[in-house]
Ligand binder design. Structure first.
Ligand code: AMP
Length: 302
């Protein structure tokens, strides 16, 4: 079943221990869409400038991402520049050039409006709300956000939380948004703002799923070739919702599986620069990695 992704489509400049990677393809919606396309069709809504390479659009189309909702307008594509610490444990944003995003108002094509799985990837919560106003109530709405919006759009973000089913958020941002240091207490506080399901992403320590009073802990795969964490959170979210949209099942067990599939795709993402290691990902490779996850945590209790 198709999933709809709305969010940033970007060119990123990344400085890390391997050098500078200038104006490479990125954006939360791109990582989400590539990841979700592993499981089924994806519809993408966003905006790019005329400088956005045709090759990137061809790549998305080849992966089954419908670009009817991608506007191409005069001006430059959104550009984000970040620098990672040598251990990749932290990063700072050096600049955010909104460019064509500055005047962007999402327009959901008529053919997307009844999509049942909606991924509101990272963008201004005001725009995420505008998307919700244009769709029929989907079966599942997942939203992601970031510290910037907690800093400058808190009221809109809280309004959004009241209208979504699942919030994916990283640990630091969960603390910032809830005002609670303990992640379990933070998840409870986030539930009280609206989302029934809260997923706290903890980078190299995996992810915690909180749903209906139950908790599931997914590991991150220990890897010896970590290259670039950019987009890992988005590939996680895209894999999570893509799996739910395209596999039968329901309830907490279904959510747990989706968290593992999302984690598996994120583990590929971190092994490449930008989208490099997720742009050609096959379903078989993902399934293999899920088996590796299973091996990693399987034990016999006695
Ligand atoms: P992640 O590493 O999962 O946090 O996502 C990284 C992606 O987020 C990059 O490809 C950026 O282009 C994108 N990004 C960075 N800042 C913003 C922002 N303010 N709004 C939307 N997307 C952003």
């Amino acid at each position: 079943m198709a999933m709809l992704v709305v969010g940033s489509v970007a060119q990123d400049t990344i400085h890390n221990h391997l050098g500078t990677h200038d104006h490479i393809i990125g954006g939360a919606a791109v990582f989400c869409a590539l990841s979700g396309s592993t499981f089924g069709p994806v519809q993408l809504v966003g905006v790019v400038g005329r400088d956005f390479p045709q090759s990137a659009m061809d790549l998305l189309k080849d992966k089954g991402v419908d670009l009817e909702g991608l506007e191409i307008v005069d001006g430059k594509t959104f550009h984000w520049e970040g620098r990672y610490s040598d251990d990749l444990a932290s990063r700072e944003t050096i600049r955010t050039d909104l460019n064509v995003f500055a005047d962007f108002r999402p327009k959901i094509p008529a053919s997307y409006r009844n999509t049942e799985y909606l991924m509101l990837a990272n963008i201004d919560p005001e725009l995420q709300l505008e998307v919700l106003d244009q769709v029929d109530r989907p079966k599942l709405v997942v939203a992601d956000t970031m510290n910037l919006w907690i800093d400058i759009r808190l009221e809109k973000l809280k309004e959004l939380l009241g209208r979504i089913d699942v919030l994916t958020i990283n640990e630091e941002e969960a603390r910032q948004l809830s005002g609670e240091h303990n992640v379990v207490v933070a998840a409870k506080a986030l539930h009280s703002l609206g989302p029934k399901t809260v997923i706290i992403k903890r980078g190299e320590y995996g992810a915690l799923l909180f749903d209906g009073g139950r908790t599931f802990s997914a590991p991150a795969l220990p890897l010896d070739d970590v290259k670039d964490p950019t987009g890992c959170g988005d590939t996680f979210a895209g894999g999570f919702i893509g799996h739910l949209a395209n596999t039968p099942g329901e309830g907490f067990e279904h959510l747990k599986n989706a968290v593992i599939y999302g984690s598996a795709i994120a583990s590929f993402c971190v092994q490449g620069i930008g989208i490099n290691n997720v742009k050609d990902l096959s379903r078989d490779a993902v399934n293999d990695r899920v088996r590796t996850f299973h091996e990693l945590v399987r034990f016999e209790a006695n």
